[in-house]
Design a protein around this ligand. Structure first.
Ligand code: GLA
Length: 745
């Protein structure tokens, strides 16, 4: 719901209410101020939150404002522009190249012009970037227009509230309102100024690298700036486009958490700047380092969307808001709500050494075990026998697959299995026919050595002809056989990002144009193949971001398939992303990445934390292991709806300490929306002599009686307050899964 009231100056105040959260902005002497973002409050105009401190000569104020205390350097601004007295990091900076203001200047001050409120969620300027969608019954949108009174910049700020979720979606449309061209140098999606936080604040974010993605870190804010970003051309393994502002006392189930997730797959920055008066500015959007976007007079730029989830009941509630939002308002297509097939991928089984017969042997065992799909990974095309050649040459290697794909897929289908395939369409190997024909299709800077990674270059997706080639190449393979799944990989980051197809004044647009090009390709392929299940991948989870979930409802979580390593990775990922989006496979033991040995049972329990599958050579398993697979798949099918759509609760993180002692365990649970069942997973990472474990559960119906499948029943309140007694002598890496069902009589 969005209400508009008037403040003491007769100017509008907007109160956005959504799922128990409030977001309030106000016009004040023409400026757009941010008054509040947090748990729901009743007052429509909490103007008293404005900090009215005296200021000195180093803090300028707008000369036309009567209020002596009012300074843009101190006021909480809704979408701060650069150069007119606010020295904090600004959200927008447009450098005018002519017109009535001094050519080359970038100063601007945005003043309110008008607003409108519409039902539903309009798409600004027919924009085609991934964004949250909602029907008119589910959402309302406020659009505020503000502009610089001098020639320069006009912005339209979009705020959508989804009535049922504590979520606010924001984006900005920036227009060059001068009669001369201009260059946009900063264009953040959202800016949030917090004043008067009651406790010291921390930034929680997800860091990582290859094989170690999305580890949770909390860092205290300091006077100055704390930020996370990517300048790699992809959202990256290193930082996820997500951060949450939390209090130092915030836990999983108490305290404030304001999470910001950027629906974007490219360079991003999320920063928190703390000023001397204790106010905190959080900015989220495209990283400005190598960003410059030319706007002709009247042209607009639409930022990616930022989504803000608010919780005053800790991190868990914030995560659940993101999960539901992404599951129900971002993921699309046939597979959004469907149970995904349990698959076996041949990568860790064979790497590049396979042929039709080997794949069929795996498929045969897969069918016997109840596995539902075979995915053929890298190595099926051209001369691709290692990772040093052939990317771009998307035609079948008939030495490995005689007769092409169709006969293989038919035989796999005849065994009762679906068939999926791997692609890395954005890449090109210097050793390829495609490179011989089109050396200019590579992103590179003339006169400069090209950096190489995994023996490959990145294709120039800013070019329409390159995008057409990719769409045609992928489509022709997809229509050559009954292929029902694609793993879309992206194994290196961008360097020397320049394009021969763009003039000098547009080279600063490359990184963003690359991402727009990627979206265009993905949109065309998914629209042409609506039944396809797309799984995103980027050397594991190097581009696991909300924008990719718009096209691919699941993502390969990490190339590290070690069950113990996956605990940090999957629980970190769950901070923002729903379990249904996490692709998790049982792989071989000893694990190929770490050499660690883990039992088949534990590997299964951990992989059941998301979209379940296998990644090992089934032909090498013992009969007992194959029997275990049958049981795991039966268990997975029984609980699949719960895992995919249940409310997720992190119970113990691997780094948690209890009574000053490291737990060396991990636990999580999912609870069905009606609280009639729950699945609890507990993993002992490292055991000790006579360990004692009480696991306090969350999210159950306190009055209900839950049965544990072993003949015991407990009240929900007992399980949540006293806890489940899991004490026994565990081995390292041992795990327990308990399926609780409510006794309804
Ligand atoms: C990446 C992926 C792996 C596998 C290989 C194939 O590393 O993350 O899962 O597909 O590429 O080359």
């Amino acid at each position: 719901m969005i209400t508009v009231s008037r403040n003491s100056l007769g100017e509008p105040v907007f109160h956005l209410r959504a799922g128990g959260a409030s977001y309030i902005l106000s016009v004040f002497h023409g400026y757009l101020l941010h008054l509040y973002c947090g748990a729901a409050i009743s007052d429509d105009d909490p103007e008293w939150l404005l900090v009215r401190v005296g200021h000195d000569s180093v803090v300028p104020r707008p000369a036309s404002t009567p209020e002596g205390w009012f300074s843009l350097d101190i006021a909480p601004l809704e979408y701060p522009a650069y150069g007119t007295g606010d020295y904090r990091p600004s959200a927008v900076m447009l450098r005018s190249l002519g017109g009535s203001v001094t050519p080359g200047s970038a100063a601007a001050a945005l003043r309110y012009v008008s607003h409108e409120i519409v039902r539903g969620k309009p798409v600004p300027e027919a924009d085609r970037q991934p964004a949250v969608y909602a029907s008119p019954d589910e959402a309302d949108t406020l659009i505020v227009t503000a502009e610089d009174p001098a020639d320069g910049v006009r912005v339209r700020l979009y705020y959508t509230v989804l009535r049922a979720l504590p979520v606010f979606c924001r984006r900005a449309v920036i227009e060059n309102s001068s009669p001369a061209p201009a260059e946009l140098e900063r264009a953040y999606s959202a800016s949030l100024d917090f004043t008067g936080l009651s406790r010291p604040a921390e930034l929680l974010h997800l860091w990582g690298t290859w094989g170690r993605e999305r580890h949770i870190e909390r860092t205290p804010l300091c006077h100055g700036t704390v930020s996370v970003s990517s300048r790699r051309g992809a959202s990256s393994h290193h930082h996820n486009p997500f951060a949450a502002l939390v209090e130092d006392t915030t836990t999983e189930d108490s305290g404030l958490a304001v999470g910001v997730s950027l629906i974007y797959s490219g360079n991003f920055e999320i920063l928190c700047d703390t000023d001397p008066f204790g106010s905190i500015r959080l900015l989220a959007g495209i990283d400005p380092t190598d960003f410059r976007w030319r706007l002709e007079p009247g042209e607009t730029f639409v930022t990616p969307e930022a989504v803000i989830a608010v919780s005053d009941e800790g991190l868990g509630k914030m995560s659940r808001a993101f999960h539901r939002l992404f599951r129900e308002h971002l993921c699309r297509g046939e597979w959004r709500d469907r149970e995904r097939p349990v698959l076996v991928n041949n990568w860790e089984a064979t790497y590049f050494r396979f042929d039709s017969e080997k794949l069929l042997a795996i498929a045969k065992d897969a069918a016997d075990c109840g596995i539902e799909m075979l995915v053929m990974d890298d190595g099926w095309f051209s001369e691709r026998n290692d990772d040093r050649s052939s990317l771009g040459d998307w035609f079948v290697n008939e030495e490995k697959l005689p007769g092409g794909l169709a006969p293989l897929v038919e035989r796999v289908n005849a065994l009762g299995l679906r068939f999926g395939i791997w692609f890395e369409p954005e890449m090109i190997s210097p050793k390829s026919k495609l490179f011989e024909a089109h050396p200019d299709w590579v992103l590179s800077t003339a006169g400069r050595e090209r950096s190489i990674a995994r023996s490959q270059y990145v294709l120039d997706l800013t070019r329409a002809d390159v995008r057409d080639y990719i769409v045609d190449a992928v489509s022709s393979i997809l229509s050559s056989a009954n292929i029902e799944y694609v793993k879309w990989d992206f194994n290196r980051n961008l360097t020397e990002a320049a394009s021969v197809s763009l003039p000098a004044e547009r080279q600063g647009e490359i990184f963003h144009r690359y991402v727009l090009g990627l979206y265009d390709v993905l949109e065309r392929i998914t629209a042409a193949h609506p039944r396809l299940l797309l799984e995103g991948c980027s050397s594991g989870g190097g581009r696991y971001d909300p924008a990719m979930l718009y096209y691919s409802p699941q993502f390969w979580t990490s190339d590290d398939t070690d069950a113990m390593e996956r605990l940090d990775i999957q629980l970190g990922t769950s901070m923002v992303y729903p379990p249904s989006s996490m692709s998790c496979h049982v792989s071989a033991s000893p694990n190929h990445q770490t050499g660690r040995e883990t039992s088949f049972v534990t590997r299964g329990h951990v992989a059941m934390g998301g979209a379940f599958g296998y990644e090992l050579d089934l032909t090498k398993l013992t009969d007992a292991e194959k029997e275990l697979i049958k049981k795991q798949i039966a268990d997975y099918h029984r609980c699949c709806a719960l895992i995919n759509r249940g409310d997720f609760h992190r119970l113990i993180l691997p780094g948690d300490r209890v009574n000053g002692k490291s737990c060396r365990a991990a636990a999580w649970m999912v609870v069905s929306e009606d609280k009639s069942e729950a699945l609890v997973t507990f993993v002992v990472i490292r055991t000790s002599i006579h360990p004692v474990y009480f696991l306090r559960l969350r999210g159950l119906d306190p009055a209900a009686l839950y049965e544990d499948g072993e003949g015991r029943a407990y009240r929900g309140d007992s399980l949540m307050r006293a806890g489940l007694n899991l004490t026994k002598n565990y081995r390292d890496g041992e795990s327990v899964v308990i399926h609780l069902t409510r006794r309804d009589a």
